[in-house]
Every structure is written in structure tokens, then in C-alpha cells.
Write a protein that binds this ligand. Structure first.
Ligand SMILES: Cc1cc2nc3c(=O)[nH]c(=O)nc-3n(C[C@H](O)[C@H](O)[C@H](O)COP(=O)(O)OP(=O)(O)OC[C@H]3O[C@@H](n4cnc5c(N)ncnc54)[C@H](O)[C@@H]3O)c2cc1C
Length: 390
């Protein structure tokens, strides 16, 4: 009997892999191992509807009952024996023929905040529930980190009328992801909605008796805070693979087709994967919902022998909802040398160019315009992913 295909991680990357395999007529056994208890759910709502109270639970990712998958919630993978082709878990090992690693990422911790009650990180349904419970007490909130998740937490807290300050170590918000023009637009959006924004400052410690009552900044400022939310980026959840023989380097290193270096029949996808991107011509790790879903579909195609191209590529689409504005982005901002802004019907669009070449776009409430640029960038990338086939 053939060993099953095992998928580790039951969030968007893992669940969409199972769905895509079955949709392509794959009939072999599939085991889905996930350390989260309960049915799979979608994460983007955690910083939005769950925090504001607009929804009590995040949306379900899928109804697994019709997919003939052996779902094992609440089970953590603890190791990988590539020679024996077995996944090691907290309760025995599971043989696999093929393995898809989709264990995502975990929040980066800030040592200055360690062991303080009232400090939160946001990644899971349980994290969101405990933060939401604190928000009902009308706390003063300090958000550490001005990326997408931090911005959404600030937006949700303001929607509840809370006093909110964002502290960002870089000179501007979204500095790692966006050019200055977009950062300025996002900072203005926050300020227009009453969020205090402090860039270029780091948190050095906390003050308080039983729990945090204030945070201290590197310029000596003290900000009163009943709740602190740290959103300072993520690290790939790959510690369980240490010593397995896979190459771990800010994610599981993979080739252009997402196959893991150092193993046959093993792929990594989603937030935990660092694959060689033939369009960007370097290894890339993305932490976006859509890229995880696209990678799941690509790997399912590879497994059934029906891959859409020799190399995976993505426009890197990401969205974020802040203060009632939908922010959407596609493309490669790191390649951009200029950014220009054009108004659209009711919204605003930023176009990012490398010389004459369009390399990305960012939209504020301009979904149709963004979609057009997304299609344009995808078709520009297609010949590169095909070429890798030869
Ligand atoms: C609060 C929040 C809001 C977001 N909002 C947006 C948004 O608006 N737009 C957007 O584009 N992206 C958003 N994202 C990012 C997006 O959700 C992620 O990119 C996406 O969830 C990545 O999916 P994944 O399946 O790779 O990993 P994850 O979602 O991290 O899932 C990994 C799964 O693997 C499991 N796992 C981990 N280790 C093990 C192990 N050892 N054994 C077994 N199971 C394990 C975990 O429990 C988890 O279920 C948001 C993320 C967060 C946290």
C-alpha cells in the first residue's frame, strides 16, 4: 500500500493544498496534521472583525468532511525522518509518500516586553479572543510595529473608540514593504482617525505593578498603556525541522517549483517557504494570504503531474483594511526607483516604476484599477516561469 501524502499545517496553505488535490482528481490518501485544535479557520479576520466584535468567530477555511482527508487537529509535528520517510509527531510517527510543509510563521518576540501581563501577540484564534476580551475594558492601547497587522489592530481599536498609539522603530510606517509615498499616505490615514503615530522610536521596557501600565521609549518618553500589542514581524515556524536535512534559512529553502532542497517529494509553501523566485531572481519568503493559496494550487498541480508552469511566480498581492479603507498592493516595490500617484474615482492609486517598467501598484479604495495592474504584472511574469522549463 502506498504511504499517504501528508500535509503539515492546517491553515490557508495546507487546507488549500488538500482542496486543490481533490479538485484535480487526486485519489490517494491524504493526512492533514495541524497543531491548532478545532476546524481550520481564516486568519485575516482576526485583526479586523474579531477585534471589533463584528464577528464572534473567524470564517471557516473549508468543510473538510467532503474531502476524504484524515484531519488530525491538535497534533504537532516535532521532527522529520527523511531517510525513513516518516513525520514525527507528539504521538507517534506517520509514514508519507509525499510531504507538503505548510507550518506558517509565528510572531517575532520583543524581549523588552517579555513576561508582562497585558502584552499581546496576534496570530491565532486564541490570541484574538484574549485581545478582544481586553478591548472591552476600554484600555489605552500601544501598538508596537507599524506593519499591516499593527495598522489593522490600531484601526480596530480606534473603531471601538480606544486611545491608540503606534510606535514604529523605522523612520516611517510599512518601511520594509512600501515606498515613502505610500507610508505617508498610511500615516495620514491613521492620524485622520485619531491614532497617535510615533516613528523612529523603539520600546525599551515596561512599567507597572501586576501588569503593564506604561511603555518606555528610547528617548525617555513614557506612554501610558493598559494593553500593548506587538506586531513586529514573524519568523517561519520551522524549528521542528532542525536537523532533518532540509535547508533552513529564514524558511525552508526551495527551488523555483517549491520543492524543498535536500529531499525528494517534499515541498514547502506559505509563510514558512523561501523559494527561488525566477522573476525577482532571488530567494523570497512571502507572508501574504494570496501567495499561500497560489502556492498550494501550484504544488497540487506538481503532485498530480499537471503543473501550470515550471516555476512558481506570484504578483505578491496583499490587502489590508484600515479605518474603512481597503489598501491593496501588487508587485515588487524593492525594484522600484520612482513612485507616482494618480487619483481614481473616489480612491487613489500609486504606481511603482523601475525606469520605464511598471513593477508594482498600491491602491487605496481603487479595487478595479488595482485588478487591471495585477493582471498586467501576472502576464509580464508568465514567459519567465515558462522559460525555466527548458
Ligand atoms: C492577524 C492577521 C491578519 C492578517 N491579515 C491579512 C490580510 O488582510 N491580507 C493578507 O494578504 N494576509 C493577511 N495575513 C497573513 C496571512 O494570514 C498569512 O500569510 C497566511 O495565514 C499564511 O498561511 P500559512 O498556511 O502559510 O500559515 P499559517 O496561517 O501561519 O498556518 C500555519 C498552520 O500550521 C500549524 N503549525 C505550525 N507548526 C506546526 C507543527 N509543528 N505541527 C503541526 N502544525 C503546525 C499552525 O498551527 C497553523 O495552523 C494576516 C495574518 C494575521 C496573523
Amino acid at each position: 500500500m502506498r504511504s499517504p501524502t501528508v500535509v503539515v499545517g492546517g491553515s490557508v496553505a495546507g487546507v488549500r493544498t488538500v482542496q486543490a488535490l481533490r479538485a484535480r482528481g487526486y485519489e490517494e490518501d491524504i493526512v492533514l496534521v495541524d497543531q491548532e485544535p478545532g476546524p481550520p479557520y481564516d486568519k485575516p479576520a482576526l485583526s479586523k472583525e474579531i477585534l471589533t466584535g463584528a464577528a464572534a468567530q473567524p470564517p471557516a477555511l473549508a468543510d473538510l468532511s467532503g474531502l476524504a482527508v484524515d484531519h488530525r487537529p491538535g497534533l504537532a509535528a516535532t521532527g522529520l525522518d527523511l531517510a525513513a520517510r516518516r513525520l514525527v509527531t507528539g504521538s507517534g510517527s506517520i509514514p508519507f509518500g509525499r510531504l507538503v510543509i505548510a507550518t506558517g510563521s509565528r510572531p517575532r518576540r520583543l524581549p523588552a516586553l517579555d513576561s508582562w501581563a497585558g502584552v499581546h501577540y496576534l496570530r491565532t484564534r486564541a490570541d484574538a479572543a484574549s485581545l478582544r476580551a481586553e478591548f472591552t475594558g476600554r484600555p489605552r492601547v500601544v501598538v508596537v510595529g507599524g506593519g499591516f497587522v499593527g495598522g489593522e489592530v490600531a484601526s480596530s481599536a480606534r473603531a471601538l473608540g480606544l486611545d491608540v498609539t503606534i510606535v514604529e522603530a523605522a523612520p516611517r510606517l510599512l518601511a520594509r514593504l512600501m515606498p515613502p509615498e505610500v507610508s505617508d499616505r498610511v500615516a495620514r490615514l491613521h492620524r485622520d482617525h485619531g491614532v497617535h503615530v510615533r516613528c523612529g522610536r523603539t520600546v525599551t521596557g515596561c512599567r507597572g505593578r501586576d501588569r503593564v501600565e506604561a511603555v518606555e521609549l528610547d528617548d525617555g518618553t513614557r506612554l501610558d498603556a493598559d494593553v500593548v500589542v506587538a506586531g513586529i514581524g514573524t519568523t517561519p515556524a520551522t524549528r521542528w525541522l532542525t536537523g532533518s536535512g532540509l535547508v533552513l534559512d529564514d524558511g525552508v529553502r526551495c527551488g523555483p517549483d517549491l520543492s524543498a532542497h535536500g529531499a525528494d517529494g517534499v515541498w514547502a509553501i506559505g509563510d514558512c517557504a523561501r523559494w527561488f523566485d525566477v522573476v525577482r531572481r532571488r530567494p523570497v519568503r512571502m507572508e501574504h494570504w494570496t501567495a499561500a493559496r497560489e502556492q498550494a494550487s501550484f504544488v497540487a498541480g506538481v503532485i498530480v503531474g499537471d503543473a501550470p508552469a515550471a516555476a512558481f511566480s506570484t504578483t505578491g498581492y496583499v490587502w489590508s483594511d484600515q479605518h474603512g479603507v481597503r489598501i491593496q498592493h501588487v508587485g515588487r516595490v524593492d525594484a522600484a526607483t520612482t513612485t507616482s500617484s494618480i487619483p481614481t474615482g473616489g480612491g487613489q492609486l500609486f504606481l511603482h516604476h523601475d525606469g520605464d517598467e511598471l513593477v508594482g501598484a498600491t491602491a487605496f479604495d481603487a479595487p478595479r484599477d488595482l485588478l487591471a495592474f495585477r493582471r498586467r504584472l501576472a502576464s509580464a511574469a508568465a514567459p519567465l516561469t515558462e522559460r525555466t522549463r527548458g
